[in-house]
Structure formats: C-alpha cells, structure tokens
Design a protein around this ligand. Sequence first.
Ligand code: NAP
Length: 333
Amino acid sequence: MKAIVYTKYGPPDVLELKEVEKPAPRDDEVLIRIHAASLNAADWYLLRADPFLVRLMVGGLRKPKYKILGADIAGRVEAVGRNVKKFQPGDEVFGDIARCGWGGFAEYVSACENALVLKPASMTFEEAAAVPIAAVTALQGLRDKGHIQPGQKVLINGASGGVGTFAVQIAKSFGAQVTAVCSTGKMEMARSIGADQVIDYTKEDFTQNGQRYDLILAANGYHPILDYKRALSPMGIYVMTGGSMAQMFQAMLLGPWISMTGSKKMGALATESNLKDLVFIKELFEAGKVKPVIDRRYPLSEVAEAFRYLEEGHASGKIVITLENNNKKGDKK
Ligand SMILES: NC(=O)c1ccc[n+]([C@@H]2O[C@H](COP(=O)([O-])OP(=O)(O)OC[C@H]3O[C@@H](n4cnc5c(N)ncnc54)[C@H](OP(=O)(O)O)[C@@H]3O)[C@@H](O)[C@H]2O)c1
C-alpha cells in the first residue's frame, strides 16, 4: 500500500510517499481502508518533535517511533481481528487512532476497535475525518472544563480554525450567545456557522473593549492571561485549548493560582480522546447542529504540502487528506 512515511524529525520535506506492507489486524484490531484523514497540530508536533518534550512523551527520543502520522481517519472496515465485536467488514467508521499507533496518512491502517465509531450515512468520509480531535477538544473545553450553560456569553478566540469552527457550533448547540474572534477574511464564515457576534482581531482587541464573557475558550492566538482575566465576568471561566507556548505556560502555571485566589477560573485543557464524546459529536451532526468546516483537501501524495499550509496557521476549519485510490474503488462519499 502507499503511505506517507518519515524516519527522522524535521520539516515537511522529510515526509516521503512510499510503498509499504499493508498491515494485518491483530485480534482486537480492525483493518480499515482509509478514505480520508485530517491534519491536527498534534501531527505537526510529532513531525518536527517540537516541543522537544514530544520525543519523551510520545514520539521516540532520537527518531520517530511512529513512522506514519495521521490520527483522525475515516474509512471502511476491510477485515476484523478475532476478538472484535463491534464491527464487521463493510462498516464505515471514523475515529482518532493516535492511541493505537497513528498511521492515518496511508491507504490502510489497523486500529483498535475501541477508537472507532460507525459513521452516519449522511456524513461524508471527509467530514468524518475532520471531526475527532478538533471537535472533541472543543466539546471538552466548553462542556467539561468550561461548564457552559444556556444563555451564557461565550467568546471563542481562534474561532476560524479546526478547533474554533467546532467550538462556535457546539457552544451554539448548548444555547450560548457566541462571539467569534477571527481575522477580517474569516468573519463571514464565522457568521455562517452561527456566531452571534464576530470580532475582527486585526481591528479590535476584545480584551480591551470593556465587554465581559462568562466563558472564554482560547483556541488560538495569544493574549496575556491577565488580559483574558479582565475580559471574564466575575464568575467567568477561561479555558485554554491552544495557542502559543507562552499562553500554555501561563494557563498551566498562573491559571491554578488565579483560580484559587478569586472567583474567576482559569486553566488549560488536555483533550482526552474517548468514544462517548465522539458519539456526542456524531449526534450533534445528525441533529444538524454541527457540520465540519473543510478548508482544503489534498491527495495522499501531497501530505507535505498540507503540512506546510497547516504550519502557516491560517486555515479556515480543517485540512483533509483524501485517499484518491480508495475513493475510486466504488464507494466515494
Ligand atoms: N488542548 C488540546 O489537547 C488540544 C487539542 C487539539 C488542538 N490543540 C491546539 O489548539 C490550537 C488550535 O488548533 P486548530 O486545529 O484549531 O489550529 P488551526 O486550525 O491551525 O488554527 C488556524 C486558525 O487560527 C486562527 N488564528 C491564528 N492566529 C490568530 C490570532 N492571533 N487570533 C485569533 N485567531 C488566530 C486563524 O485565523 P486567521 O486566519 O483569521 O488568523 C486560523 O483560522 C493549536 O495550538 C493546537 O495545538 C490543543
């Protein structure tokens, strides 16, 4: 099968399209013919081993432990291991396979069955591949850490990216009044996915305009944590899911102290991939409340190009890899 392989950390140039052995499913695994995959910042961290800690926590100290990146996938089950109970050949599935060894930028992957859910017929493979990490991050940030409530004023900074486009829609589905922060060219898109107000960060600094929010989800961009604190209502909650390293350290180190010493709660989210939340998002999709926003699609041979675009940091929604050969085999959706 064809796969995008890398054997040393580095820029997207280290990625090579190669012919490799098709995997065989172990007893608790499902062999999936991949129709689409999507890129996440986590792929990029593992590609470059940046931050360095990634080598110790996931990737391998000297060289990549996982030779094929790609966590978010959607495809069709081709074969199942003998202990697999939930799936059978022909099922259309999607999920985040990072905890079962990555491998999504390839024509086939063997993944553990407990990372996968059935894809709704109304969801395309590309939409399904766009969902797992970004949507679950947005959900956990808003619901679990942010304790979102109907009628609350919720602000999403970085509203036009992978996490942000899900966050706007999920916050709306919880009945919040949503303010999206993005650049000029993305304002219309932010309105189209349900934002009640849109702030153009190139023209206005939301931390300085006197408005107060019950919940702020920081999905991208940078503001000092004390600016975020000022923009919170007295009992407000700030959840950092992404952004600059400085922002992450401030949320992790200062957040708990600010939370202990006052009424505002501030902290960072580490997403925990789980099936329950993926099913929750799937149900929001089926109810018409969430629709993945796909910016660009690339063929497997152009994964490096897709990474270069991701690295620019200005995608409108998700970047998807489409497995052209597999989609030609009679069941493109
Ligand atoms: N906590 C976790 O476990 C977890 C899980 C997943 C992702 N993340 C993190 O979440 C972050 C975002 O991920 P993503 O997939 O959403 O990234 P992404 O899709 O690459 O984000 C791109 C978006 O960020 C916006 N942006 C860039 N600079 C901005 C600024 N100064 N202010 C506001 N928006 C800005 C861009 O909008 P414009 O083009 O309009 O500037 C673009 O739409 C990453 O840092 C990632 O590491 C964390």
